[in-house]
Design a protein around this ligand. Structure first.
Ligand code: GUN
Ligand code: FE
Length: 437
């Protein structure tokens, strides 16, 4: 069994920080220690205390003066869209037809899928993200490629083969039966294998027939412990087309509701233009609304009203995500920086403790994986990111005037990116260093 002892400034959250002075919401150790055995944190706290439990011969890694946080969690991204990111000039439906669907046809080729899965998880790790809820392409082989790569790295990831059987080119279509069968086979092979989680993944209402959504609902009933992920209320043209395709529905959310797709493990990307009824339905079912700020800005989709959803009578559960390749950056720091600006446009603010809560424990709770990741609590998996607020000349200069942890976190969010990430531990293993080698 391998034991390592990390030293640094440790920060981890217990709950949502009500304000910048709500110190009881987080645990911060100026000289902190994390003792890790077989991929798990077995002791956390003041370094002097943790060191006493370490015993002889443990490998010590000193990260001072850097910050040690739980690895970031990205609640929604598309691994087959690495060569779609930065595609110019279209809103959602045109962007899908012109760039995204043609690109995803390439994933019929298993070798291509393996290459991109490897490069995608490299980018996740380089940017400090240790868990992602990922969409694969429609092709079973793309999900196999993703899970094989994720399993090799011992990452806790959530992923699924996209189900889509209409309104897209033939090269990215399945059928209700093949989508069901392929999903079943992938669940049997990958769900619960090591740290892998399967998500039932109907792309969205426009690209699924009623028969396919029926099948997706059947999968959810047959596997209540699985996640379900899809897109909801992202764009006005999308909403109008959905209403045409499902004329009986009260609204967009009602389509998914009708087929039994709402629930505590259901993740709905975007949720920008929800009516009060729709927000109530999501809230009542415990469903999660996923905030994708860089994507929502890039595709001109709209402004997610984070603070209204969070504070309304029937509050929504919220996660945050890159939505690469509609999203424009792999970094959850860049994502929360853009998120801050979107929230500012709605006349609200998100303080840096709230942001970092969202990136870690908040997303872990939203994805129902907080028992394992998203904190530095004893007994959880050792997925850890090491952040350097002095990583660039501009950051170093600004740090000269920074006098508090809150200011440092806000600087990390505002100027930080992959350069800020000094090391990443995945299940206790230094993943960034290993990847570079
Ligand atoms: N809606 C359906 N598919 C997609 C996708 O790939 N990206 C985004 N942003 N929205 C979608
Ligand atoms: Fe998406």
């Amino acid at each position: 069994s391998s034991i390592i002892l990390l030293r640094g400034r440790t920060l981890s959250f217990l709950r949502w920080p009500e304000s910048i002075d709500d110190h009881a919401a987080w645990r911060y150790e100026e000289d902190g220690g994390l003792l890790i055995r077989d991929g798990r944190i077995i002791a956390a706290g003041a370094y002097a205390q943790v060191e006493k439990q370490a015993g002889e011969g443990v490998e010590k890694i000193d990260h001072r003066p850097h910050l040690l946080l739980p690895g970031f969690i990205d609640a929604h991204g598309h691994f087959p869209q690495m060569q779609v990111i930065a595609s110019y000039g279209a809103e959602l439906l045109d962007w899908l037809n012109k760039y995204t669907f043609p690109e995803e046809t390439k994933f019929a080729n298993a070798q291509h899928g393996r290459r991109i899965a490897r490069l995608f998880l490299n980018e996740m790790v380089r940017h400090g993200t240790t868990t992602v809820a990922a969409y694969c392409s429609v092709h079973k082989a793309s999900a196999e490629a993703f899970f094989a790569e994720s399993h090799d790295r011992n990452m806790l990831n959530i992923a699924g083969k996209v189900m889509m059987d209409r309104n897209a080119p033939d090269g990215v279509l399945d059928t209700p039966q093949s989508g069901y069968d392929d999903s079943k086979a992938l669940i049997a092979e990958w769900h619960g294998k090591g740290r892998q989680h399967y998500a039932i993944t109907p792309r969205f209402a426009i690209t699924s027939s009623p028969e396919q959504l029926e099948m997706a609902g059947a999968l959810c009933r047959e596997h209540p412990d699985l996640h379900m992920q899809t897109h909801l209320s992202e764009n006005h043209a999308e909403i109008a087309f959905t209403q045409e395709l499902y004329p009986w529905s009260r609204d967009y959310t009602d389509v998914y509701e009708h087929y039994g797709l709402l629930g505590k493990r259901s993740l709905f990307g975007h949720c920008i233009h929800l009516s009060e009824r729709e927000a109530d339905a999501l809230s009542g079912s415990g469903s999660v609304a996923v905030f994708c700020p860089t994507s929502n800005l890039f595709l001109g989709s709209g402004l997610f009203d984070y603070q209204r959803y969070r504070t309304r009578d029937k509050a929504l559960r919220i996660a945050a995500a890159t939505d690469v390749g509609g999203g424009t950056n792999y970094s959850m720091l860049r994502t929360m920086d853009e998120g801050y600006k979107v929230i500012a446009l709605n006349g609200e603010k998100l303080n840096p403790f709230q942001s970092f809560w969202q990136l870690t424990r908040g997303n872990a709770e939203a994805l129902s994986v907080a028992e394992k990741v998203g904190t530095l609590d004893e007994g959880t998996d050792a997925d850890i990111v090491v952040l350097d607020a002095n990583a660039t000349p501009a950051m170093r200069l600004r740090m000269e005037t920074v006098g508090s942890l809150a200011e440092e976190l806000f600087l990390l969010q505002t100027l930080g990116d992959d350069r800020t990430v000094r090391e990443v531990y995945v299940a206790g293993r230094p993943a960034k260093r290993d990847m570079a080698a």
